[in-house]
Design a protein around this ligand. Structure first.
Ligand SMILES: Nc1ncnc2c1ncn2[C@@H]1O[C@H](COP(=O)(O)OP(=O)(O)OP(=O)(O)O)[C@@H](O)[C@H]1O
Ligand SMILES: [Mg+2]
Length: 217
């Protein structure tokens, strides 16, 4: 469903990605490891259409993203891509409900009650239905990441890109977040890419790539 072909990217003469190739199928869950600065976040940015590669193709269901204009890319991202960050990126003063809503509010093709239904359904899946009215600021790190995961899924994307989603969490909380990803992966029609520095986390996915010298091996 997503295929990267010979992706290259340099910053000011520094060749970050050389000839990166990656293929992930429908409903697959894979992980990417590699040293700091290897280019993992850059690669996810290219898949999300946030970063233009210098060359190569990024094919989502056969369509090459690398030539799309900004507006088309924004629409593509909203509909098909979910993103989860290490630092959650919630709005602290807003409720859990409103933080999840943020993932979906620009959609005009969904009614208010459709949106509410999705938010309640996802809050239940991530185990936070009893906290929907709580301010994000008042949640634990693990709970914040659960909200961010719900937000990433509210558009029913084809793929979720998670950039070190357990990087700010202790070992036990990381385990519970990984169990949540696995459960979601088993029950949803969504693919997941998990970038991690933790071998145990990577081992819980179906396949692990290593980013090394600008390539995925
Ligand atoms: N916008 C930018 N301008 C200049 N250099 C950049 C930019 N973005 C990334 N880089 C450089 O590209 C390299 C790869 O960065 P990237 O963030 O993709 O690495 P990473 O594998 O995600 O690292 P980490 O594990 O620390 O998150 C780094 O050397 C970084 O400094
Ligand atoms: Mg990174």
């Amino acid at each position: 469903m997503f295929k990267l072909e010979n992706i290259s990217k340099q910053y000011k003469g520094q060749q970050v990605l050389k000839a990166a190739n990656l293929e992930i199928g429908e409903k697959e869950m894979i992980s990417i490891m590699g040293r700091s600065g290897a280019g993992k976040s850059t690669l996810l940015g290219i898949m999300a259409g946030l970063i233009k590669p210098d060359s190569g193709r990024a094919l989502f269901k056969g369509e090459d993203l690398t030539h799309l204009d900004e507006e088309t890319l924004a629409g593509f991202r909203l509909k098909h891509i979910g993103i989860v960050f290490q630092d959650f990126k919630l709005i602290p003063s807003l409720s859990v409900y409103d933080n999840i809503l943020l993932g979906i509010y620009p959609r005009r093709d969904l009614s208010k009650s459709d949106k509410a239904g999705r938010i309640h359904g996802l809050a239940k899946r991530v185990g936070l239905e009893h906290k929907l009215k709580e301010k994000a600021d008042n949640l634990s790190g693990g709970e914040k990441q659960r909200v961010a995961i719900a937000r990433s899924l509210v558009n029913q994307p084809g793929i979720v890109l998670a950039d070190e989603p357990t990087g700010n969490l202790d070992a036990a909380t990381s385990d519970s977040i990984m169990s949540l990803f696995r459960e979601l992966h088993q029950t949803l029609q969504t693919s997941f890419i998990i970038v991690t520095h933790d071998r145990e986390i990577a081992q819980k996915t179906e396949r692990t790539y290593i980013m090394q010298e600008g390539e995925l091996i």
